[in-house]
Design a protein around this ligand. Structure first.
Ligand code: OAD
Length: 253
């Protein structure tokens, strides 16, 4: 794969890089994206029945069972070369902020630290009433069963139902995390937007803020992306292929 020399220089000389990731970065680990036509979760499931506070209120067993199946699936997978390249990039540039929309823990398992999880985490459930974090027992991964109903555990503190630690439709994003992501985007010289459709706000503002603050924005995606101007680039391909090659071309050649 050939990279533009201007782009490689910008990456090599960047003072602060933001990496903004979506479901596509975990696709090569075997985790379904949301909006890919046939395999995307939202083409097979109705988000209004699974990913809203009202859905949890109406049918907690259905919602908890679905998220537990997703958590089990994630526990049974491993980071891919895209996750690893991002962890490696953090060692090659003076400052890197990793902002993810993903609720899996594959960035952390690849070695990334201080990951800003804009949409929460499958691995950090909490009480639906008092917000006390709930510690999941470390059971071994089982076969995912997406239709399996499961009663949510009860909070050890107040006895209310425990809920998944993810942000649902109609809920606010964690304020401090969003602030940290926006301020990193405003400060960076280069932002890599990896594997996201960029249609869910306010998360999708992150690359927009970087671009309007004068940073170079590079999309890594197998699908065509609409580009705004000279400071926006597209590297077409899968994250697990493109990212390792990009690092090699920028830092090892
Ligand atoms: P989407 O499913 O909307 O988009 C996934 C993107 O990844 C698409 O642009 C694909 O073309 C791209 N893609 C697929 N395979 C890839 C690969 N191997 N390498 C690189 N890119 C690849 O997922 P998100 O943009 O993450 O919200 O969705 C944003 C939010 O919508 C999610 O965080 C979730 C969902 O509703 C919440 O859970 C709150």
């Amino acid at each position: 794969m050939q990279f533009d020399q201007t782009l490689l220089t910008r990456l090599r000389e960047a003072r602060h890089v933001v990496v903004f990731t979506g479901a596509g970065v975990s696709a090569e680990s075997g985790i379904a994206t949301f909006r890919d036509a046939l395999s995307g979760l939202w083409s097979r499931f109705d988000p209004m029945q699974l990913a809203t506070p009202e859905a949890f209120e109406d049918d907690p067993e259905l919602v908890w069972g679905w998220y537990e199946a997703r958590r089990m699936q994630v526990l049974g997978t491993s980071p891919n070369p895209g996750h690893s390249a991002i962890a490696e990039l953090a060692k090659r540039v003076p400052r890197l902020t990793l902002v993810t929309q993903n609720v899996d823990d594959l960035h952390e398992r690849a070695g990334s630290v201080d990951v800003l999880h804009l949409h929460g985490s499958l691995h950090q459930p909490r009480c639906s009433l008092c917000a006390e974090p709930f510690r999941m027992s470390a059971e071994p991964p089982t076969e995912p069963a997406e239709g399996r109903r499961l009663a949510p555990p009860r909070c050890e503190h107040c006895g209310a139902k425990v809920r998944p630690g993810v942000v649902w439709f109609g809920e606010s994003l964690p304020f401090d995390t969003l602030e940290a992501a926006f301020s990193a985007a405003a400060d960076c010289d280069l932002l890599l937007s990896v594997g996201t459709s960029g249609v869910v706000y306010p998360a999708a503002q992150v690359p927009e803020i970087a671009l309007s603050s004068g940073a170079t924005v590079v999309h890594i995606n197998p699908q065509p992306q609409a580009l705004g101007g000279g400071n926006e680039w597209l590297l077409t391909g899968a994250a697990g292929k493109v990212l390792p090659l990009l690092l090699q071309a920028a830092f090892d050649e």
